[in-house]
Design a protein around this ligand. Sequence first.
Ligand code: 8YV
Length: 319
Amino acid sequence: MPASSRAVEILQIGPYPEWDQGPLDQAFTMHRYFEAEDKAEFLAAVAPDVRGIATRGELGADRALIEALPKLEVISVYGVGYDAVDLAACRERGIRVTNTPDVLTRDVADLGVAMMLVQSRGMIGAEKWVRGGSWAAKGLYPLKNRVFGKKAGVLGLGRIGYEVAKRLEGFDMDIAYCSTAAKDNAGDWKFMSDPLELARHADFLFVTLAASAQTRHIVSREVIEAVGPEGMIINISRAANIDEDALLDALEQGRLGSAALDVFEGEPKLNPRFLALDNVLLQPHHASGTFETRKAMGKLVRDNLTAHFSGADLLTPVL
Ligand code: 8YV
């Protein structure tokens, strides 16, 4: 990186681990938006010189923020999902956007499969059963539902969906997937063009598709009810892919058996209706949350910024 790049001013939307913050502070002048008490005042002070944004998947950058930064050239997203970045606003001004694909794929798939197992076998309740003394006081833990050999549906056979399906093969599952088109790498997995058909097939419906305006509530009330009272929905993508009110209704009324969710509308605040349910497993948007993956994501965020400001090709461009 040229010695002068320290002078490049970057608006940082959310916190990063110390192993990312240190190198970022070394390389650039980082303005920590998330620490500012008065965001408008902070932005007004730094906006004229900001040339880059470093953000996170779930935080993105909206049109108002982008428009407030007249010299903005690049947005580097710590996350594969860029649905929270206003791409139209970026296109209008030729602003480049990068994300962190590939490095997180297998950790996200691992967590999705783990959520299926934990929820299906009632492991959270079982742990409480042991710790709370119920095992000794009341005896054996209630029986739970088998996983292997069941039917799985993967909604969105992109990188993450593919890795989920590959793992499910190890559980001898009957695997179907729904994508915009049949995929060459799908082997024996059945292609279904309609999410509803996929939901009817699935005992376990994995939601793994990239979120966009087109996929909003693709898991509709009808799709949720087609998974049914014995079925489970696992979401490791974005909350907006599911009609959350319909999901809550179905979980409360037993029209959907259970759910395992890593993402929520308005996270980190959750709809309190979730907290009253015992047929849902709740995770804090943690599917990419391993040391190994987060370190690789942080490096990619930096490397993309460095590439842009030294005139090199972006490593993982979205736009
Ligand atoms: C988050 C994610 O970015 O990759 C994505 O799209 O949503 C996650 O990896 C992560 O929580 C870091 O903010």
